[in-house]
Design a protein around this ligand. Structure first.
Ligand code: GDP
Ligand code: MG
Length: 706
């Protein structure tokens, strides 16, 4: 008969021996661990036809290889590979005991927990949400009192179950910046190592001498990674990783344990009592978000304008001049298609750099984890975690960085669900469309109607979220520990790496996809070249499909056609409407004759002006004026639109633009982050949803007599 081996691991004096005694009666054998004078106790036990050997491992606080006890315990777990580990915990001292638990979890060995000393725990008046505790750790736990034999039956039951089911323990996830390093080291490891991979990688980052010894060939590459690690965190893995473990632990403890006594307060406790405060937590978070938005948009605005100008007034002009002898369609392809496409991608760079800078500060300082904590309850009701709130909010500024911000979410399901909902957040580029239509049809209630678009976006996201939760994303989101890492000052290097990694990935990976899509769209809009809009592929397609939009209230081919350029950038809908209605002003008719170097000087000067304006924008009173709606004379475009829309159909069209396919840049980001299937899912969702919602808006509006 196979003999199962169950090892008892825990800190010293938590009751391991007492538990084994209680389980096995008096059949305890005492010997020594081979080669050392550390006492080894073991016992045998039969339960439900199983022979089980219980091993009493030496008490340890950690699994680093410094003391003999630690070495023995670690060697045993790694080499003997027991069938199950019973992690014995002194429940009156959860925080300290869980440090070992987390390290056992890192090893990903099958495990159950005995919450021993439960009598003292109750005497202290503590309360534990056991169910949540188990869920967060992903480990079964039984309260026990070894000395009085309480909980022993239950413990035996879960040991028996554990031997049958071999419950998989998932290693805890740490902060994104640490995880990046863990994956980097994991990639270095040979595929056939006998130790758990993730654990080995963590140990290597901690510069664990024993593990380092086993992989001498990795040393050169590893050295580089370790140096980078120190550079970025300003401390070695040996210091930083334990902090991460404690962050994970304090998250668990905050979420599950209620102590009756007031404990001594640390600075972290004081800051937490402010940021996690029931009343103040959310307002503080919203205020911080407001600041991030203000700094990001006011700070990057001048640079975005400069980049835009540099591409269109300088690069396009001079490259255009250089190829002026080629056929006109070719010039258009190069200038409008390729340079325009590259330009669109590049104009996102200043925005991303600014936003990522502030987000990295929030993340690395430890505040973001608190924000997620505060928002968790509200977000949970739509099947998401608190952490999803941040990407969603960023979506109001721009959907593109919002997609990348989903990376901070722990699991795939949340990342995907959040990414699918982000396009419903009304980004800044949609505003010009609202401004155009409200200025024609809703002059009196312009602000209210624009606001209603934002709110509608949120409502639709909630509704779609609920539907997806019941269908494609079935099942409750796996609970996760909201890690509360220590507060720390992020180093500049860390911030810069974070910014650069994200922006660089956008340029490299998404950039190519986006430029390709732009060229395709150019062809769609311009072929056959030089024809009237209705004769182009775009015009013909729009004419054919426009009847489909009758239920939405706009079946004229022109607004339908304008949706397509709207996928390059939402604000392009306005320009396209102008062209399609034949009232688009040919801009820049009076080209000034300036020389190349004059232009170049102008651009350089412009860049310095942008620096100054950016500073003024963030700290002074310079207004970017996005939200200002100018009062002007009725333009030809406004007249044309007035005659082909009713207020209701205009509203319906705005709704359609709000919910319709975000823009190729966002789609490029989704493709890069999640792959083809998610891209298709997102396109599908943002095609069906606007159609349904616009139809409802229009039909209900008609019934109500608008
Ligand atoms: P080990 O070092 O983990 O093997 O711990 P021991 O089994 O030697 O127990 C340490 C001390 O805690 C002993 O004095 C035990 O009697 C006591 N002890 C063990 N379990 C319990 C418990 O559940 N409740 C209380 N109150 N005392 C316990
Ligand atoms: Mg003992």
């Amino acid at each position: 008969m196979k003999e199962f081996v169950v090892a008892f691991a825990g800190n010293p004096n938590v009751g391991k021996t007492a538990l084994i005694n209680a389980l096995a009666g008096t059949k305890l054998k005492v010997g020594n661990w081979p080669g050392v004078t550390v006492e080894k106790k073991e016992a045998e036990l039969s339960y439900k036809g199983k022979k089980i050997k219980l091993i009493d491992l030496p008490g340890v606080y950690s699994l680093s290889p410094y003391t003999i006890e630690e070495k023995i315990t670690r060697e045993f777990l790694l080499k003997e590979k027991p069938d199950l580990v019973v992690n014995v915990i002194d429940s009156t001292n959860l925080e300290r005991n869980l440090y070992l638990t987390v390290q056992l979890m890192e090893m990903e060995i099958p495990m159950v927990i005995a919450l021993n000393m439960w009598d003292e725990f109750l005497d202290l008046g503590y309360k534990l949400d056991l169910e949540k505790f188990e869920k967060l750790l992903g480990v079964k736990a039984i309260p026990t009192v070894a000395t009085k034999g309480r909980g022993i039956r239950d413990l035996l039951d879960i040991i028996d179950k554990g031997l049958k089911e071999k419950p998989k323990v998932k290693a805890p996830k740490y902060s994104a910046s640490i995880e990046d390093f863990i994956s980097k080291v994991m990639e270095l490891l040979p595929s056939d190592i006998t130790y758990p991979k993730r654990w080995t990688a963590i140990k290597l980052l901690e510069e664990d001498t024993e593990v380092l010894k086993e992989f001498p060939s990795l040393e050169p590459k590893l050295k580089g990674i370790l140096r980078e690690f120190e550079d970025i965190f300003g401390a070695s893995g040996e210091d930083v990783i334990p902090e991460e473990r404690y962050g994970f632990i304090s998250g668990i403890v905050k979420q599950t344990l209620r102590k009756s006594l007031r404990e001594k307060k640390t600075l972290t406790d004081i800051l937490d009592s402010i940021f996690l405060n029931r009343v103040l937590g959310i307002p503080i978070f919203l205020f911080i978000l407001y600041l991030v938005f203000k700094f990001t948009f006011d700070g990057s605005g001048p640079f975005i304008d400069w980049t835009d100008g540099f591409i269109n007034d300088f690069l396009a002009k001079w490259i255009g001049a250089a190829i002026s002898s080629t056929p006109e369609w070719f010039q258009s392809l190069i200038v409008d298609g390729i340079i325009g496409g590259v330009g669109t991608v590049l104009t996102f760079v200043p925005l991303m750099i600014f936003l990522y800078f502030f987000l990295a500060i929030l993340e690395e300082s430890g505040y973001m984890a608190r924000a997620a904590f505060v928002m968790d309850r509200a977000m949970r009701s739509i099947g998401l975690h608190g952490k999803s709130f941040v990407p969603m909010i960023i979506g109001f500024g721009c959907n593109v960085p919002a997609i990348y911000a989903t990376r901070t979410l722990e699991n795939e399901r949340d990342r995907k669900l959040t990414a699918l909902l982000i396009p419903f957040m009304s980004c800044g580029a949609r505003l010009p469309i609202y401004v155009l239509f409200t200025s024609i049809f809703f002059k009196k209630y312009q602000a209210e109607i624009v606001l209603s678009m934002y709110i509608l976006g949120i409502l639709v996201a909630i509704a779609v979220g609920l539907i997806l939760k019941k269908t494609a994303f079935k099942g409750t989101p796996p609970p996760f520990v909201m890690e509360l890492p220590p507060y720390r000052f992020p180093t500049f290097k860390l911030l810069w790496t974070s910014i650069w990694a994200r922006t660089g990935a956008f340029l490299k990976k998404a950039g190519t996809v986006i430029v390709a899509a732009m060229i395709l769209l150019w062809a769609f809009i311009n072929i056959p070249y030089g024809e009237k809009p209705e004769k182009t592929i775009l015009g013909r397609t729009a004419t054919v499909i426009s009847p489909i939009f009758k239920p939405c209230g706009f079946s004229d081919w022109r607004p339908v056609a304008a949706l397509i350029p709207g996928t390059i950038a939402k604000e392009a809908v306005v320009g396209a409407l102008g062209t399609l209605y034949g009232v688009g002003g040919e801009e820049g008719g009076g080209e000034e004759k300036t020389g190349f170097f004059e232009d170049l000087k102008e651009q350089i000067k412009g860049f310095f002006d942008a620096c100054v304006d950016s500073f003024k924008g963030m700290f002074g009173s310079l207004k970017t004026g996005v939200f200002e709606i100018e009062e002007e004379e009725e333009t030809p475009l406004q007249k044309a639109i007035k005659s082909s829309f009713t207020p209701l159909s205009a509203f319906s069209y705005m709704v359609f633009c709000l919910l319709w396919i975000p823009c190729v840049v966002t789609l490029g980001a989704i493709y890069q982050e999640f792959g083809k299937r998610m891209l298709l899912a997102s396109i599908g969702l943002t095609t069906i949803t606007p159609y349904i919602v616009s139809t409802i808006v229009y039909q209900v509006g008609k019934l109500l007599g608008f």
